[in-house]
Design a protein around this ligand. Structure first.
Ligand code: SAM
Length: 380
């Protein structure tokens, strides 16, 4: 006789932890909802990105994104003195499509120097990446976390990784300051309860603005910890962070009374953070000031800060020039359409920002930041 044992739902796993340990910070709820090894939205491999999935990213627009990045990475390699070995570390590589686009478009001596390393804790996602990257099998290696990644010279790159790192939520109590929202409840349903800040929030709470009661803000101390771990592995080179988000003063503007968090499923956005954990994406905008301040503490140089429109005009110049006079060719028209989508000043072009940091890599401004802002504005 074959007995089928029903595995517990993610809601039950979360409810059991609350029953044993008390209400949890929202960051812990999000960690389980996205990264529980079997049932988390990302870790289980059920996250779907693209037209038939839950949301779009730069990668879903097409290969032009990887093409432009390959050119920008080649310039970084040159700035390091064209070393014989240059490593691209990608974290948050999803199905490996971007890695493939970059490897296809890397050319000449840069391509010969290139090795690609992916940091991927999820075995499901790693299998998908291995399939996509089969043609480059000899040049790609995987590591489960930053701690096991060997020290490297090159660039650490991430597209929409930081927005997917767990965040805490705090709520203004008006004149009496702020409280953190903790998650309480049972398998039947969860709710938020305000309480004193958890220890993980540490110094992130030192300069909170005064806001009317009920105003919500997200805090993501994990972003600085993550950058610390990246810097520790990098011997010389760059960190390039691409994500949606803003400098802190814009994120904390008085009119953003509900913070910036959102959930996505089948291209529908909702704000019901505590419903159906594991079945949808959870995200919030990135505080680029947070990252720049952490970089300054770590002695990483602030190389540049640009929105996607300005980054693409600078870094994409060689690609755009190569299309001149070829617009009758279907391939060239397709590439131009991709670039127009990435550059669009009313959507992707302004929502996404690029922050570049460097270590032991002095030199002139990188192409992608030629038309950008001085990254110093983030910490001024
Ligand atoms: C919003 S998705 C972006 C995926 C892809 N970069 C793209 O742009 O299509 C966020 C990705 O970050 C990954 N991620 C989150 N934390 C991670 C970590 N500590 N190490 C590696 N990947 C991580 C998730 O598994 C997920 O694949």
């Amino acid at each position: 006789m074959c007995l089928s044992v029903k595995s517990p739902s993610l809601s039950k796993i979360i409810a059991d932890e609350i029953a044993q340990q008390g209400p949890m910070p929202f960051a812990r709820f999000m960690e389980l909802a996205l990264y529980h090894s079997d049932l988390g939205y990302y870790a289980s491999g059920q996250a779907a990105i693209g037209r038939k999935g839950d949301f779009y990213t730069n990668v879903s627009v097409g290969s032009a994104f990887g093409h432009v990045l390959a050119g920008q990475f080649a310039e970084m390699w040159e700035r390091l003195g064209s070393p014989a070995e240059f490593t691209i570390v990608e974290q948050g590589a999803h199905d490996g499509q971007l890695a493939s686009d970059i490897l296809i478009h890397a050319e000449g001596p840069f391509a010969a120097a290139l090795r690609y390393r992916i940091v991927e804790p999820s075995p499901h996602l790693r299998r998908r990446q291995e399939e996509t990257l089969q043609p480059f099998a000899s040049r790609v290696e995987w590591f489960a976390d930053l701690e096991s990644l060997p020290k490297f010279q090159g660039v650490h790159f991430s597209n929409e990784l930081v927005d997917a790192l767990p965040f805490h939520i705090i709520e203004s109590q008006g004149d009496t300051g702020w409280k953190e929202l903790f998650v309480s409840g049972t398998e039947e349903g969860f709710s938020f309860i305000p309480a004193e800040f958890s220890a993980e929030l540490g110094s992130t709470t030192s300069s909170l603005p005064v806001r009317p009661a009920g105003h919500l803000l997200e805090l993501r101390p994990m972003a600085a910890e993550w950058l610390d771990a990246v810097e520790e592995r990098l011997t010389a080179g760059f960190v390039l962070i691409v994500d949606y988000g803003y400098p802190r003063d814009l994120l904390r503007a008085v009119h953003r009374t509900r913070g910036t968090f959102a959930c996505f499923r089948q291209h529908r956005r909702d704000e019901n953070l505590l419903e159906t954990p594991g079945e949808k994406d959870i995200t919030s905008h990135v505080d680029f000031t947070d990252l720049a301040e952490a970089a300054t503490r770590l002695n990483l140089a602030l190389e540049g800060f640009a929105d996607q429109n300005h980054f693409m005009v600078g870094a994409g110049e060689p690609l755009l020039k190569s299309l001149e006079g070829r617009i009758h060719e279907p391939e060239a028209r397709k590439t131009l359409r991709m670039m127009q989508t990435l550059l669009h000043p009313e959507s992707m072009g302004t929502q996404f920002h690029y922050l570049a940091l460097s270590k032991n890599a002095e030199g002139s401004t990188l192409r992608g930041f030629r038309y950008g802002r001085d990254a110093g504005v983030l910490v001024a």
